[in-house]
Structure formats: structure tokens, C-alpha cells
Ligand binder design. Structure first.
Ligand SMILES: Cc1cc2nc3c(=O)[nH]c(=O)nc-3n(C[C@H](O)[C@H](O)[C@H](O)COP(=O)(O)OP(=O)(O)OC[C@H]3O[C@@H](n4cnc5c(N)ncnc54)[C@H](O)[C@@H]3O)c2cc1C
Length: 425
């Protein structure tokens, strides 16, 4: 009997350390620093670097990575338990060397990078000496990559890149960008027309048109970029020509589940704050906690959070078991699709139960609600992931060519009577 929801005592000790460290040392950073990616900011260097050193001393740096890349090699279940603590704080992923999109970019560099690409881009990225950008979405569409038009053509020993990208997070701070571009426009398979290119950010021709933010974000960080005849050496391709979709999938499987793990932490934070509030606020003859309509909201939050956590942890367990994201595609898509609603509903109840102060910019709930939309869009909108869940699920079913469904009761009853030798009705 292998179903087991226990955490090993030695790992629980580490989690207890992480929890105390995040609460005491890291969460306060969220209140005083801007971008968690601004590695050149002197305050970042002064405040964040010593905390990162403590994390390294604890052997908890970049735990999503295998030992060959300097990580602990924890599987996804352990990462889930760790990430749900990190999700409470905006800065915690950076302090623990596990911040998106650098994690996904490191994953594909580790997987597809040449020794030279690893030395130049991966090593400083893993050390958080630099940050990176994943530049894929275009102004005319993000959910459907087949509409992308940014192109790169080989000219002698260089790729020449032209086109526009939209919402490229951290481009203005990144040392390099990984850009998805059409390199094989005539390939008969549209999913083989694009390649991934590594573009150092000091390459001439990269024009940041503007950097966009969204409500509740600590600092604007998503760039609208134009690539004007940007020349990068021919060996700056990641994977083979036409491999962009395969490379992107390697990156997105892990990225989505890690987002979900952190979202548990963010939703739990909203819930914890709400529990304190309803026990403390006295109105119309009792505390909020004593009112049944409030109790229903508390119960709904707890149930939804625990349901979601179980789905995330089961998916983590499946990834550890199969060690192949493709075999867990439906589960990862389900987690991705469930995540925005769980965070939204819990944060919205938290906001509402706090009343006016809940709506104010003195509380975190508006930002959490904005984040619920973020997790519903970044790495693909919810609808697209629901389509994956439905398609993968329906594969296991067969249609019937009968006039009435195969489970039609009169037919099923007649079969049952025949099976047991009973006279027909
Ligand atoms: C905070 C944030 C950070 C981001 N960071 C990055 C980044 O670093 N790099 C990057 O390349 N991109 C990034 N993105 C972009 C993100 O990947 C896109 O927003 C996402 O893929 C959706 O594309 P879109 O915004 O163009 O929306 P559209 O493709 O226009 O879709 C809009 C809406 O249409 C609906 N829709 C779309 N397709 C379907 C369908 N098949 N069926 C039913 N309904 C559908 C959905 O409701 C969807 O939300 C980021 C986005 C956000 C919000």
C-alpha cells in the first residue's frame, strides 16, 4: 500500500528552517525592494546576497536542479513542499535561486546548450549573477504561436533577427534573451518552422519600445521589444533548426507546476490573513468568525486550497514517477487551468471579508487578485490548457454507433437479465 502523505522527518526539519527563514528574513524584503530581478541594484546586492549565501550553506540553493548543476536534485514532491513556502514571498524564489523565468531558461540551456553556451550563459544564470528573458509572445497573439512572425535568416555566419515581441518579462534587466523566431518558413509542418536563439542583450538593434506593468505589480517589468536587424552568431541557436516547440515544451512543463506550487503558498497566505481577521473583527453582535455565512467562506477556502494542493502534489508525484513531462501533460494542464480560479476565489473572499481595508493599497489582496489573472495567462491561457485536459481525457473513450447510448438503461437491463438467465421483461 504505497499511498503516503507523510513528510520524512529530516526533510520536515529543512522545511521548518525554510518557513522560519522566509517569514523572518525574506518576506520583509518584499516591502522595501523593487524588482526581484534587479541584480545590479546596490540594495539588492546588500540585502539579498547574504541571504542567498545562507540558503547555499543550508544546501537549498536552486533545488529544482540536479546535482550535476549544483542543485539538491530533489524530486517534484519535495520541491512542491518547498515551493509552497516560497510562494508566500515575492523575493523568496530569488533568494533560493528558483525564480521564473530564469529557472525555465536554465532548464533548456542545461538540456540543449553547447558547452560554450553553458559556460557563457548558464553558469552565471544559475549563480544569479545575471538574469534572463524568454521572448516569445508577439503583439498579434500569444496563445497561438503559429501566428508569430518574428524571423531570423542566416546571413553568412550570423542569424539576422527582425520582428516584435510583447510582454517579454525582465528584458530591460536581462543579460540575454531567448527568442523564438521563424527560421524555416517553408517547412511543411508549421510546428517545425521556428527555432530558439540566444541573443545577448548588448547586441545592437534590440529596441525596447516600452516596459509595461500591471496593477499591483511592485515594478513594471514586461517589455515590448522590436528586433531590428539584430545579428547573432550562427552558433547562438538552442537545439536544432526548427526545434523551438520541442525546446519550449521542455521549459514549460516544469515551469507550470512550479508556478502552481508557489500559488498554493500565495493562496494560503491570503487564507491565513483572513482567519486572523475574522476571529478579530467584531460586528453586529459577534465576531465575523461566528457568522455562518462567513464560516461558509472559510470552509470553501480551505476545501478549495486542499483540493488544489492534492492535485498539485499528485502531479508532482507523477512527474517523479515517469520522469517525462509528456506523460503527465494532462495533469500539468489541469493544474495550470485550476490555479487561477483557486487563487482568485480565495484572494477575493479575503479582500471581501476585510471590507474597505481589504480593497485598499494597504493590503495585498488586490495584488493577489491581479496575480490570479497573471497565472491564468502566463505560459498560456486557461482555455488552452482545458482543451488539452479534455482532448487527452477523451482519447480513452470510444464512440458508439448505436442509435441509443451503450449505457441506455433498457438495453443494459436486458443484457443484465440475459447474463443472470432471467426472462426478458
Ligand atoms: C505577467 C505576465 C508575464 C508574461 N511574461 C511573458 C514572457 O516573459 N515571455 C513571453 O513570451 N510572454 C509572456 N507573457 C505573455 C503570455 O504568455 C500571454 O499573455 C499568453 O500566452 C496569452 O497570449 P495573449 O496575451 O496574446 O492573449 P491572446 O492570445 O490574445 O488570448 C486572449 C484570450 O483569448 C482567449 N483564448 C485564446 N485562445 C483560446 C482558445 N484556443 N480557446 C478559447 N479561448 C481562447 C483566452 O481567454 C485568452 O486569455 C506574459 C504574460 C503576463 C500576463
Amino acid at each position: 500500500m504505497a499511498w503516503d502523505f507523510e513528510t520524512e522527518p529530516e526533510f520536515q526539519e529543512k522545511l521548518d528552517w525554510v518557513s522560519a527563514f522566509v517569514t523572518v528574513e525574506v518576506e520583509p524584503l518584499d516591502l522595501v525592494l523593487g524588482s526581484a530581478y534587479d541584480v545590479g541594484n546596490p540594495d539588492f546586492v546588500r540585502l539579498v546576497r547574504p541571504l542567498q549565501a545562507e540558503v547555499k550553506a543550508q544546501g537549498l540553493w536552486a533545488c529544482h536542479l540536479g546535482p550535476e548543476l549544483g542543485g539538491a536534485g530533489y524530486g517534484q514532491v519535495k520541491l512542491g513542499l518547498l515551493n509552497e513556502i516560497l510562494g508566500r514571498s515575492r523575493f523568496a524564489p530569488t533568494v533560493f535561486g528558483a525564480q521564473a523565468p530564469d529557472t525555465g531558461n536554465a532548464e533548456i540551456l542545461a538540456h540543449y546548450g553547447t558547452p560554450e553556451q553553458k559556460r557563457r550563459f548558464l553558469e552565471p544564470l544559475l549563480a544569479n549573477e545575471i538574469v534572463s528573458c524568454f521572448s516569445m509572445t508577439e503583439p498579434q497573439g500569444g496563445a497561438d504561436p503559429l501566428v508569430f512572425t518574428t524571423s531570423a535568416r542566416l546571413d553568412g555566419d550570423a542569424w539576422v533577427l527582425n520582428g516584435e515581441k510583447w510582454f517579454s518579462s525582465n528584458a530591460h534587466l536581462a543579460a540575454f534573451l531567448i527568442v523564438m523566431a521563424v527560421t524555416e518558413p517553408d517547412h511543411p509542418d508549421p510546428y517545425r518552422r521556428m527555432s530558439m536563439l540566444i541573443v545577448p542583450s548588448d547586441t545592437p538593434g534590440i529596441e525596447i519600445i516600452r516596459t509595461v506593468g500591471y496593477a499591483g505589480e511592485a515594478s513594471s517589468g514586461h517589455s515590448y521589444i522590436r528586433y531590428n536587424d539584430v545579428r547573432v552568431p550562427a552558433d547562438h541557436i538552442l537545439g536544432g533548426r526548427g526545434d523551438a516547440f520541442v525546446v519550449a515544451q521542455t521549459r514549460l512543463g516544469g515551469g507550470r507546476i512550479h508556478h502552481a506550487m508557489r500559488t498554493i503558498g500565495e493562496a494560503r497566505k491570503a487564507f491565513d490573513l483572513t482567519c486572523e481577521r475574522v476571529l478579530s473583527r467584531f460586528t453586529q453582535g459577534s465576531t465575523l468568525a461566528e457568522k455562518q455565512l462567513v464560516q461558509e467562506k472559510i470552509a470553501d477556502c480551505w476545501i478549495e486550497l486542499e483540493q488544489f494542493r492534492l492535485l498539485v502534489m499528485r502531479t508532482a508525484w507523477l512527474i517523479d514517477k515517469h520522469k517525462d513531462y509528456r506523460k503527465v501533460r494532462r495533469d500539468i494542464a489541469a493544474v495550470k487551468a485550476a490555479m487561477p480560479k483557486v487563487l482568485h476565489d480565495i484572494a477575493a473572499r479575503a479582500l471581501h471579508l476585510h471590507g474597505s481595508i481589504g480593497m485598499s493599497d494597504e493590503m495585498p489582496f488586490m495584488a493577489m487578485i491581479a496575480n490570479s489573472f497573471l497565472v491564468g495567462l502566463a505560459d498560456g491561457p486557461t482555455e488552452v490548457h482545458k482543451i488539452t485536459v479534455a482532448r487527452q481525457t477523451l482519447r480513452k473513450y470510444e464512440p458508439t454507433d448505436r442509435l441509443f447510448p451503450s449505457y441506455h438503461l433498457p438495453t443494459a437491463r436486458a443484457r443484465a437479465r440475459e447474463k443472470f438467465g432471467l426472462a426478458s421483461e
